[in-house]
Design a protein around this ligand. Structure first.
Ligand code: TYM
Length: 353
């Protein structure tokens, strides 16, 4: 018998689906690899549906040379495949080939508030010391496109590095505001997945700065295109302090460079930082660095070699990206149609021809 009380709303459950992206605005770094790519492969191997995107529309929020951008997009795709992304199991594509990303981003531009965008630390960092008014409108609206990337697939989980946390919180805010404004339970409240020993890989020259493809010093980062000698030389020259490695993790406090190298070792070897510290307790960097270099070369060189091999056939890479885009679009298009319907757009069937 009905009590007359409104039925409690059970929140909709969404099929688990992973989405993540990387900007092809430069070569892939060790930070991208450990914080994102290596974990994308692990997720693929857990058997969850995985969609990975080279976000070329995000890349052009700051100026990109067109030919370089095309080259970097193909190179990033080769990096994904070389690192273990299987285009038959994961969907791998570049963002601009699926129009729904830009279309949903527009709708989210009308849901999100300008103030939310100004609060983003990445926007503040990218405009620091410059005239923010002179940055592209796209750079400000960047997180709205990122929310569209994820929600276009109603993705439930997003593996990223630590620096993307705030953008993912904003994605949740946009989903909640859309659901609230239109009185629907349409978009999932996506979970960020930030885990592992290297969620924030730091610069090899300054342990307080993130390793980044946009750092002017190439010595600050390891690129996935670096050969074995370059990797070893960069690790040998990495900034450290004079003390040996501590006996416990606590001893890494206030030693950002030492902590960074331990975390990199841990992530590359699949151990925890605590295990690495136990193994190398009291060792000087003169001992630790060559071991780290050896490990990095052993893990990264096969990826670099495979990337170089794949890059010899750009047409094959384009084919893979096109096929991925077709599969992505097949998931996105019906979701986007529902969004247009929810927001009140007339959708007429066009006469053929
Ligand atoms: P991007 O291209 O800067 O970085 C791609 C991924 O690599 C991670 N990462 C790091 N992780 C650890 N240490 C580092 N030093 C490091 N540098 C980069 C990033 O956290 C990220 O996971 N806005 C995103 C791209 C994006 C996206 C998305 C991500 C667009 N749409 C949708 C997830 C879902 C970005 O600029 O990442």
């Amino acid at each position: 018998m009905s009590t007359g009380a409104p039925a409690a709303q059970t929140p909709k459950t969404f099929q688990p689906r992973i989405f993540s992206g990387i900007q092809p605005s430069g070569g892939l770094t060790l930070g991208n690899y450990l914080g994102a790519l290596k974990r994308f492969v692990e997720k693929q191997d857990e058997g969850i549906e995985t969609i990975y995107c080279l976000v070329d529309l995000h890349a052009i929020t700051v100026w990109q040379d067109p030919e370089k951008l095309r080259q970097q997009t193909r190179e990033a795709a080769a990096g994904f495949i070389a690192a273990g992304i299987d285009p038959a199991r994961s969907i791998l594509f570049n963002q601009s080939q699926v129009p729904g990303h830009a279309e949903l981003a527009w709708i989210f531009n009308c849901v999100a508030r300008i103030g939310w965008m100004y609060r983003m630390t990445q926007f503040k960092d990218k405009t620091a010391g410059k005239n923010a008014e002179n940055s592209s409108l796209g750079l400000l609206a960047y997180p709205s496109l990122m929310a569209a990337d994820i929600l276009l697939y109603q993705a439930t989980h997003v593996p990223v590095g630590e620096d993307q946390k705030q953008h993912l919180e904003l994605t949740r805010d946009i989903a909640m505001k859309f659901n609230h404004d239109y009185k629907v339970d349409f978009f999932p409240i996506t979970e960020p997945v930030i885990e592992g020993a290297a969620t924030r890989v730091m610069s090899l020259r300054d342990g307080t700065k993130k390793m980044s493809k946009s750092d002017p010093s190439d010595q600050s980062r390891i690129n996935l295109t670096d050969d074995a000698d370059m990797i070893a030389a960069k690790i040998r020259k990495a900034k450290t302090d004079p003390a040996p490695l501590p006996e416990t993790l606590d001893g890494l406090k206030d030693r950002p460079e030492a902590k960074n190298l331990v975390n990199i070792y841990a992530a590359l070897s699949g151990q925890s930082a605590a295990q690495v510290v136990t193994e190398y307790a009291g060792a000087p960097f003169g001992t630790f660095k060559p071991r780290l270099a050896e490990l990095a070369v052993a893990k990264l060189s096969p990826i670099t070699n495979e990337m170089n091999r794949l890059m010899k056939d750009p047409a094959e890479i384009d084919r893979i990206l096109g096929q991925g885009a077709g599969r992505a679009d097949a998931i996105a298009a019906p979701i986007l149609e529902q969004v247009f319907d929810i927001v009140g757009m007339v959708r007429s069937r066009r006469p053929p021809g």
